[in-house]
Design a protein around this ligand. Sequence first.
Ligand code: 3EB
Length: 353
Amino acid sequence: MRASRRAPLSVSYAPTAEAMEHFALRREHILSIVTFNPLPTSEARPEAPRGIAEIPLPLSGPDNCEIWSTDQPVVSADFFDITYRRSPDFIFGSITQAIACPAGQNGDHGPSSLQVRTEEAYRQIFTLLEDIEHHRLLRVWNWIPDINSNTRELEHYRQFNIGRQNAFIAHNRLSDTGSIPAATAVGTRAEALIVHFLAGRCIPVALENPRQVEAYRYPEKYGPRSPTFSRGGWIDLGPQNILFISGTASIVGHSTMHAGDAAAQTRESIHNIAAIVAEANRVARSDVYDLNLLSYRVYFRNKQDLAKIRAELDRLIQPFATTLYLQADICRADLLVEIEATAGLLSRDDGHR
Ligand code: 3EB
């Protein structure tokens, strides 16, 4: 495996052992290794080693992980509960907050542990970015314990949304909707909230989807506070343009479509991604973005739907890159699939453009 060091930011894929070995020997340009599969259940190693962002979701198919690299030298550091690696221009960070009992603490009074830990995680991220200066949040991945469980008569995802929005408000980041980042939020069986984030010294353009209500304007029936994310982000680095498409589901307007039908939900999700791709082309004043040229991660709720989802995607797109399939709970109980995508990151060493 040769790591590409040409682009300011690139991603390549490798088997986990190979990537770890590479990281041990030559980590100077590596911002993060993103690995998959559940964390060991023991308490022995509560946190991943620095520079390794572990996603506690089972990966379907051959062993694979992502190597995020940059062309400038990278160092590791910690900031409160955050561990991160940074170059002069990019930061890839990870924060884990134990949720001892997602149900709640202090009986049933006060905010839930998950809400409090979520607000804390985001406050730490924003404080780090304010300390470093000139860095913007580019992409966030939220791994939420038992996302669809209800405690204190409120679903965990909704508790999470309260904590996240509180932190955005506390750091005055909700008024400028153009700086709301692209994100993914799905459920895990871990006992901790894990947030992975990419930040950079550049200005992303937030993208929305004309087929969907902005998530931060969802009506109250989806929870007391709306989710704080944009449908995508486009980043012009000059020699390199990057497109992040957020986790995208079978939602039109603000309503779930095709409850119970994984194939139809897959089609609707791709329809939504196509609309975000059209927005990206409009913003970029180009037609470079194309469904077949994206790198995808697919989150599916039920193993028995995987074949259907895969068949539907194979019919709709001929992706030129590896598509990763991960089993996860989705943020609404009636959603069976969520799909995220990127463009402009794949390193040339993977034999792709
Ligand atoms: C949706 O469109 C589906 O809360 O950060 C997708 C991507 C979803 C990100 C988040 C939620 C989030 O509402 C769920």
